[in-house]
Each structure stands twice: as structure tokens, then as C-alpha cells.
Ligand binder design. Structure first.
Ligand code: ATP
Length: 476
């Protein structure tokens, strides 16, 4: 992992966004949303392998940060909350994107992103007036039609609205939550009263969030409906800085766990002008995306101080102070917030794992082996059982091995008996299955199978009786 002060490194990886999008559709990881109706911009659906990969990420995160820690408890709150929550949090006033329109072709762009892409300047956090001044002095043409007819930048609130009640005019207007965080503040008092927690402690949640994003999406990098894994970690005010450092380490540890640390991830400290209205320190974990995308936010870590609890205390009229028995004092805790995007994690795992190897096919012709080098911990299938041919005498022991593996390892295992064995190996390589166990005629005599390793393609024999232990050891 690199720090921001280090130079940007060139990317020489095999993965491009186009290749990942194509592989995801071809193999059933991710489909365009509402596909048969021509799609709905910036919506995506996870297919059979995508949902396994995504669930593996969420389960590993939950085990790591909630179940294995004594200081963090979970929450699963509703998507719809009282509209005053979003007034208190500042979202009604502050959760805006600065937009410019083209008067000629009516295209719409995010002003700060346009400046970043066309002028190479970091413009996030600047006011609409500042953005308008930069755009005007550069006299930028519309990226879509080329006319120099961009409007001034103006703020556009990103929250989706809907109405509770049968009649729109008289119903209550509510918002689809734009982040999972607020529920952790709103339920803070109930959690303290019931979960026997003492400072420092955290509340964690995994769930959907919705944002009316205007900028084109770069696949699942920027959706209008996405999932977040967030923790609000409550600390004594004087312990905020130390807890922030602790979370920097814990987030690095998570990246290691899923096989994502390395030169394509860096930590970027936000400048004062860029800080959100609630934060006194923020860092982004950024990933070096291929092509023109470059370094972009993967995760964030923010010190939200006591901003949210103070706001909710004022707006709700409820006392949200913490009673510290040790010192017989009352105060509002400060909050450190590590936030992880599920969809961005999936995208980055795929980009990072994608590899192409030049090789030859069975006829000696040049060929490309596509392989997803996913960490076995998060790969959709941990193994595949393949009878060499579709014959009953091989299917019997192969089926028995498949059932034993599922029962004794608890892992998701694939079973595939159609097509030639080379093509079946290639399919497993492409979907990231770390191990293939092939049952052949020798198996009937020596009670062993061939294990093929996805990354090296090395093959060796393992006794049937030892296969479950072999797999368990490698996916633990
Ligand atoms: P960006 O600057 O890219 O818009 P953000 O700073 O608004 O991101 P946060 O509000 O910090 O993002 O959200 C927390 C996490 O949620 C992000 O680190 C990211 O992983 C994820 N996330 C945010 N917006 C989206 C989106 N539109 N689609 C998918 N994931 C998202």
C-alpha cells in the first residue's frame, strides 16, 4: 500500500473495465439492471456468481468486525426513516452535487468531476461560485456536443424522495436513506440501554443506500442503489485521534484479508477545504482503477466528532449523553466512522484478480487463459468436482466426493460433468475457483483424485480420504 506522497505508478495490468463488464455478463456475476427493457442507467443486478462473491465479502466483514470483536454490535435498520433525521444530519441542506447543464444538448455533468477530468484539478468540496469561475476561465466546451454553452454550477440534492400514504398530495414525504450511518446515531440510545456496551464501542450495519447520482457510473463503481458496510465507533472525546489511527490499521488489515493490499491501494488525507461539514479529519483509501479512471475512493475513514449525536439531540429533544460511571460524568461521545462500499469492493476484487496468460490450446495454437486470482476466502466456489468423462462409473465416486466436500467443509462446491475437461478447467479459472478435483479411471484403483491449482495449473494426486482436509486447510 502506498501513501499519497509517493508518485503515481503506471498500471500495466491485464484488466480493463470493458473486459470485467464482459466477463461479469458472460459468467453471471453482474447483469445490467432491467436488461430486457434496454436497461436503467446506473443500476446493476448480481447474478448467481456475483451474489456469492458479494455475500462472501459481507459475511467476512461481519465476522471480522462484529462477531469476532467484543466491542462492536450489529444493527439492521429500515431504509425509510423519519424525514427529520435528514434535517438533523444536514443532508437536506448539504447533500448536494454541483451540476452544470449544457444549454444546447441538455446533457448534465458534475462540475467538480468535469474540472478534474478536463483540467486535472482537484475540485471536490469547492462552492458552486468557485466551480463556475474555474469553468468560465477555462471556457470548457460541453464534452457531449462540443458547444461552449455550459450553465453556471448549481447545487442538486442527491436524496431520492418518495411518499408514504395513498394520496401523493396529502402523504408524508420521506427519503430513501443516502447512507446507513444515521440509523446508528438514531438508535444509539436504545443500543446503549440494551446491549451492555461501554465506551469505546461501535455499532455496525450492512445495508442499501440510494443516491441520485448524475455522473456516469463506471459499472458498479457508482450506482444509484448500492450497499454499504459501516461502523460508527463511539469514543471519549479525548480518545478520538488514537481511535482514528487504530481504525487506519484495522482497515489495512481488512484489505490484507481479502487480498487487496499492494501498490494499487493508497491512503489519501483530505485537505481542510475538502472535509465534509461533519468531519474534522477524513482519509480515503483509494484504488488505482484502470484506464482514464485513475485513483478513486474505495473506502473512507472520518472523525465525525460529536456532530451527529449533538444534532439528533437538538432535533429530537432526547438526551443522548453517555453516563461514564468510572468518572461520574456525562458527555456526548465522539465518533470515528470507517465506511466500506460493498459494490466497490466487488469491482476492485474482480479488477485486481483478473489476469490473462498466453498459452497454447490442445492443438498447439496460441491461446489466452483468463484467470480470476480471487483469494480462496472470497471466491464464489471454493472447489469444483469434475468427472473426467460423463460416465456412470466416474459419476458415482465424483458425486460422492462432491457431497462429502459440501458436508465436511461447508464450502460452496461446483459439480460439472459436461464438455471436455480442458474447457471445464478454463471455465473454473475464469470464475475464480481455486481448486478442481478430477475423478478419472485411475481413481477407481488408487482411490485418489487429481487436484489442479487455478493459479499455477499444477496438478498432483491426493487420496480421496484427504480431500476435505486439503480444501479446509486452504480456505480457512
Ligand atoms: P464519491 O466521492 O466517490 O461520490 P463519497 O465520498 O460520496 O464517494 P461516502 O459518502 O463516503 O462516499 O460513502 C461511503 C462509501 O460508500 C464509499 O467509500 C464508497 O465505497 C461507497 N459509495 C458511495 N457512493 C457510491 C455509489 N454511488 N455507488 C457505489 N458505492 C458508493
Amino acid at each position: 500500500m502506498t501513501e499519497t506522497s509517493e508518485p503515481t505508478i503506471p498500471t500495466t495490468r491485464a484488466a480493463t473495465m470493458e473486459k470485467i463488464v464482459a466477463l461479469c455478463k458472460r459468467r453471471g456475476f453482474v447483469f445490467p439492471g432491467s436488461d430486457i427493457y434496454g436497461g436503467l442507467a446506473n443500476t446493476w443486478d448480481y447474478g448467481s456468481l456475483g451474489v456469492e462473491l458479494k455475500n462472501n465479502v459481507k459475511q467476512l466483514w461481519w465476522r471480522t468486525f462484529v462477531q469476532r470483536r467484543r466491542d462492536i454490535v450489529g444493527l439492521d435498520a429500515g431504509i425509510l426513516m423519519h424525514p427529520r433525521v435528514w434535517e438533523a444530519s444536514g443532508h437536506v441542506v448539504n447533500f448536494n452535487d454541483p451540476l452544470v447543464d449544457c444549454k444546447t444538448c441538455k446533457s448534465r455533468f458534475r462540475a467538480d468531476h468535469l474540472i478534474g477530468e478536463k483540467l486535472g484539478q482537484h475540485a471536490e468540496g469547492k462552492s458552486p461560485e468557485e466551480l463556475t469561475a474555474i469553468l468560465a476561465s477555462a471556457n470548457l466546451p460541453c464534452p457531449h456536443c462540443g458547444n461552449r454553452t455550459l450553465t453556471h454550477a448549481r447545487q442538486f440534492n442527491m436524496m431520492f424522495r418518495t411518499v408514504i400514504g395513498p394520496v401523493a398530495e396529502t402523504g408524508v414525504q420521506v427519503y430513501l436513506r443516502p447512507e446507513t450511518a444515521q440509523a446508528m446515531f438514531v438508535q444509539y440510545k436504545n443500543v446503549v440501554a440494551t446491549a451492555r456496551v461501554k465506551l469505546p464501542f461501535g455499532i455496525a450495519q450492512i445495508g442499501k443506500a440510494f443516491r441520485n447520482e448524475i455522473t456516469p457510473g463506471n459499472f458498479i463503481f457508482r450506482d444509484i442503489e448500492f450497499e454499504q458496510m459501516e461502523i460508527e465507533y463511539f469514543v471519549r472525546p479525548e480518545e478520538g485521534s488514537a481511535a482514528f489511527e487504530g481504525w487506519l490499521d484495522a482497515m489495512r488489515g481488512w484489505l490484507d484479508l481479502v487480498g487487496l493490499s499492494g501498490e494499487h491501494v493508497r491512503v489519501r488525507e483530505h485537505a481542510a477545504a475538502e472535509l465534509s461539514h461533519y468531519s474534522n479529519r477524513t482519509v480515503d483509501f483509494e484504488y488505482l482503477f484502470p484506464g482514464s479512471m485513475g485513483w478513486k475512493e474505495l473506502y473512507g475513514l472520518a472523525n465525525r466528532t460529536d456532530f451527529d449525536l449533538r444534532q439528533h439531540q437538538e432535533h429530537s429533544g432526547e438526551d443522548l449523553t453517555y453516563f461514564d460511571q468510572a468518572n461520574n460524568t456525562r458527555f456526548l461521545p465522539h465518533v470515528i466512522e470507517p465506511t466500506f462500499g460493498v459494490d466497490r469492493t466487488v469491482l476492485v476484487l474482480l479488477l485486481n484478480a483478473y489476469d490473462e496468460e498466453q498459452t497454447t490450446d490442445v492443438n498447439g495454437k496460441p491461446d489466452t487463459r483468463i484467470v480470476l486470482r480471487l483469494h480462496p476466502r472470497i471466491a464464489p466456489y471454493k472447489a469444483a468436482v469434475l468427472p473426467l468423462m460423463k460416465k456412470p462409473e466416474l459419476a458415482g465416486p465424483a458425486r460422492a466426493l462432491f457431497e462429502r466436500l459440501e458436508a465436511e467443509t461447508g464450502a460452496l462446491v461446483d459439480y460439472d460433468e459436461t464438455g471436455n475437461i480442458g474447457k471445464r478447467y478454463r471455465r473454473q479459472d475464469e470464475i475464480g475457483t481455486p481448486f478442481c478435483f478430477t475423478v478419472d479411471y485411475e481413481t477407481l484403483d488408487d482411490h485418489a483424485v487429481t487436484v489442479r491449482d487455478r493459479d499455477t495449473t499444477d496438478q498432483h494426486r491426493v487420496p480421496l480420504a484427504e480431500v476435505p482436509a486439503f480444501l479446509r486447510e486452504r480456505i480457512a
